[in-house]
Design a protein around this ligand. Sequence first.
Ligand code: ACO
Length: 433
Amino acid sequence: MTAAASTETAKLSLNGQTIDLPVIIGTEKEKAFEIGKLRDQTGVITMDPGFGNTGSCVSSITFLDGERGVLRYRGIPIEQLAEQATSTETAHLLIYGELPNKRELEQFTQRVSERYALPDGMERFFDAFPKSAHPMAVLSAMITVLSSYYPQLLNPYPTREEMDEIILTLMAKIPTLAAVAYRRSRGLDVVAPRADLGYSANYLNMVFGGPGKKDPDPTIVQAFRQMLILHADHEQNCSTSTVRLVGSSRTNAFSSISSGVSALWGPLHGGANQAVIEMLESIQKGGGDSKKYIAMAKDKTSMFRLMGFGHRVYKNFDPRSRIIKKACDQVLAKLGVKDPLLDIAKQLEEAALKDEYFVTRKLYPNVDFYSGIILRAIGIPTNEFTVIFALGRLPGWLAHWKELVESGQRIGRPRQIYMGPTERPYRPLTQRG
Ligand code: ACO
């Protein structure tokens, strides 16, 4: 994919030499200086640890405006998708660029559901994990294991048909992997996937269902569906950038997605939903004093951060957290759940939003602040929260992996400025003091 060239150029002067940098402009008028030839022309590179000012690709999947709190998948506002779309429609939109028509949706749904089952013999791998294994470790490892059953899907340059098969296989089997891991880790029998249930309901049934159990409650399915949609993509976040970077070596989709799962696990990213609940629980255990935690978060000598607050790109509000906050209230009311952690969360939010430290740094509750409360209310154990985030993010990862492979972008390989010792000789062991 090529970016729209513009007639604008930026000028860079260095040591008496001036060079023109082409400016590229996106469809939403975002601008970037193109610096691909900078080192060849000047011998100088740019420095941007954390990539806050660095575009790594041109993408047509998701638009995000952190200042205005806008998030759109393929142009469609997240609010409309969360309200009206199914998670399968949203996945199709992200991966293939358009909402499916009725026939396409039926076909996509059927092609995913007929691939739900895991390959024969794969279940025994789950028994090898110790009880202490974190579900994200199991998920990441098992996606790699899954690749060993599909050597025909590891082509570094997949055909159109292979690409579709890879997408369908991963969309279908990753929720099953996650559910089997959950059941096996608790010594429970595996519940077979059901094609007659929707994508969300099938997952919930594989986790909580079984002989004699009712189908999942529609309120819970609805909340879960919304959770998947809200998490489905977020442009070049840490895990998606990981998927793209790993994918750029032309390894396969299985290892790229497995790497995305590993990146998501971190508490500064997807792991924050687990960390939020753990933080709220410790506030509760300590007698509900949220002030202490606010003080700790402000204390620069402590490494503590208020979990569920702040975002690299949203500096006014996170549009997803508005939707999820409303959903959270509705789910708790409908299920009749009274959760003291929600009261603590509300107190904490109120106190932080009035506090100068948080106000001046534009630190607002992010999507993870409330998603944990919903997941808790619907009975998902805390250490499984990030797995749900991964299931939600899966269509986004696949969309980015597909876009990357189709673009033919060259391998990702950042540079550095070396700050270590300059050349010095090797000293034999006998001469080292
Ligand atoms: N608590 C306390 N202080 C914070 C917090 C927080 N949660 N977040 C940022 N800050 C402070 C920083 O210390 C920094 O202060 P300074 O200017 O005095 O040095 C300032 O706010 C700016 O923060 P950055 O570090 O530049 O923010 P960055 O973009 O690097 O990090 C991040 C964003 C990782 C989300 C951060 O806000 C954070 O750690 N939040 C808590 C974890 C969390 O909720 N993660 C989920 C992110 S959303 C997602 O993945 C779905």
